[in-house]
Ligand binder design. Structure first.
Ligand SMILES: [Ca+2]
Ligand SMILES: [Ca+2]
Length: 486
């Protein structure tokens, strides 16, 4: 999955803080199961079911990055930022590359996780990772950290560009404590990261990531669940590590492997860049994983026992013309799993599929678990947002679809006029979606199509709008914005 390997000129090595407004006090009303309920946004999708929805109220619907209207602050990132921000503990965390060299002792091309103060955008600390020696085959130049961290309490989990799962202390060394078991960090200043444990998926389970490791961990109970990104080599024919798992479950305290699964074996079409979800489905706690053969699989979350699998491709489809991989994240909602298939953005546009799957079924549920199939979607790498009987899904051709969640019937479609990498997000009666032209569309959360506002962020938006404490957070290629009123 090469994204954009362009290499813009280095940005000034100072972050910019524009404090426009004092913090806004917001009380969440009725909370749904898909809402973290804390006013934070601690992981991709907010909660382990990954539904892109929040019950927060009084978030802004309009802003202007040029005049700074409704912009609380802006923080500078590297030159490519493919992850999504997460917000917890008064901090905002986002992955990027090292083209904004904050520390001369850590120069050159690296993946970077940055932490900022939520109230004013002050840079707090970072963790940088040199690129893998194997180069573009496993770790594409200038792609940075594309994993969105997951935070629980004082612990933060993410996957580096080197395919290493890391557990960090969100306070870094600013608490004057080196938390362990890992205590031999070379850099221990106030701007450096305090690592607690790490799990190298290349060494420990033999993953051979295709172009980039990007999974966003999900935390549930004692465990975290991560996709390995194991895939083909640059020949796009060979699979160097066919025995490596697609998904691993680690103990969140120790970082030790609890279970792994390799149902895909040597059938990986390309790479594995989806990210798992966890939820209670039909009374059973399941980890749901979209894998490199185009199948979605459900596992008993505690043991890794495989419960079901579903093929998202028509049996007569042919890779890469009509057969697709799975890059989107499966969303768990009311015993069903919702997911679109698609391809690496570098492969361009093509036919896609979106499914509602009854994940209470067992075995090969491609037929028995099919609730509905929406085939008027193009290739998609976007994750669904579901609330009040409506489901929103975007595709790489730039269409935002509003569907009936029960039937898949389409209520309306909106053409963004540019490729969409991110996902629609429902909050405060509106749907937010960004595109590669840097435009954000704000639509009414409604069966009727209403465009409320359109704003441009100044450069491509690969991320999804996320809310925390009444403010919206969003990154374009090179900047992190806190969007909020006075
Ligand atoms: Ca510490
Ligand atoms: Ca440590």
């Amino acid at each position: 999955m090469t994204m954009h390997s362009t290499h813009p000129t280095r940005l000034p090595a100072m972050f910019l803080v524009l404090l426009v407004a004092a913090s806004l006090s917001v009380t969440s009303s009725r909370l749904s199961a898909s809402d973290p309920g804390t006013n934070d946004w601690p992981m991709w999708g907010g909660t382990p079911d990954r539904n892109q929805v929040s019950s927060m109220k009084n978030v802004p619907s309009e802003w202007d990055v040029k005049t700074k209207k409704n912009i609380k602050w802006v923080a500078e990132l590297g030159s490519q930022s493919y992850g999504n921000p997460v917000v917890a503990g008064g901090m905002v965390f986002v992955g990027t590359n090292n083209e904004l060299v904050r520390d001369p002792k850590q120069p050159g091309d690296r993946g970077v996780l940055m932490a900022f103060r939520e109230s004013n955008g002050e840079f707090l600390w970072q963790h940088t990772h040199a690129k893998l020696e194997a180069g573009r085959a496993n770790d594409w130049p200038f792609q940075g950290v594309a994993s969105s961290p997951a935070i629980e309490g004082e612990r933060l989990y993410y996957v580096s560009n080197r395919g290493v799962v890391l557990c960090l202390d969100i306070q870094g060394f600013r608490d004057n404590q080196n938390d362990g078991p890992l205590t031999d960090e070379k850099l221990t200043g106030q701007f450096d990261a305090d690592v607690i444990w790490s799990f190298d998926m290349l060494e420990e389970v033999g993953s051979y990531p295709h172009n980039l490791s990007n999974s966003s961990p999900v935390v549930f109970g004692d465990m975290i669940y991560v996709s390995t990104s194991n895939g083909q080599d640059e020949s796009h024919v060979n699979i160097p590590s066919p025995r490596a798992p697609s998904i691993v479950a680690l103990n969140k305290t120790t970082g030790k492997l609890v279970w792994e699964d390799n149902s895909v074996e040597n059938r990986i079409l390309h790479g594995q860049w989806s990210t798992p979800s966890v939820g209670r489905i039909g009374g059973v706690l399941q980890a749901v994983s979209a894998q490199g053969d185009g199948w979605v699989r459900g596992y008993e979350a505690e043991t890794g026992k495989k419960l079901w699998e579903f093929d998202t491709n028509p049996k007569d489809s042919v890779w890469p013309r009509t057969r697709n991989e799975l890059i989107a994240t499966p969303v768990i909602y009311q015993d069903h799993v919702y997911i679109a298939n698609g391809q690496d953005p570098e492969h361009g546009e093509g036919v896609g599929h979106f499914y509602a799957i009854d994940a209470t079924k067992r075995g090969d549920i491609t037929k028995t678990g099919l609730v509905w199939h929406f085939d008027k979607i193009r290739r998609s790498i976007s994750t669904a947002a579901i609330a009040d009987g409506l489901l929103y899904i975007a595709d790489f051709s730039g269409y935002l679809h509003c569907l009936d969640v029960k039937t898949g019937q389409e209520y309306w479609v909106h053409d963004m006029l540019a490729a969409v990498w991110g996902s629609p997000f429902i909050v405060d009666g509106r749907v937010y979606l960004g595109d590669e032209d840097g435009d954000i569309a704000v639509m009414a959360h409604s069966k009727e199509k209403v465009v409320i506002a359109e704003m441009n962020m100044g450069s491509a938006v690969y991320a999804t709008v996320v809310p925390a404490n009444g403010t919206l957070f969003l990154n374009n290629r090179s900047q992190l914005f806190a969007i909020g009123g006075k």
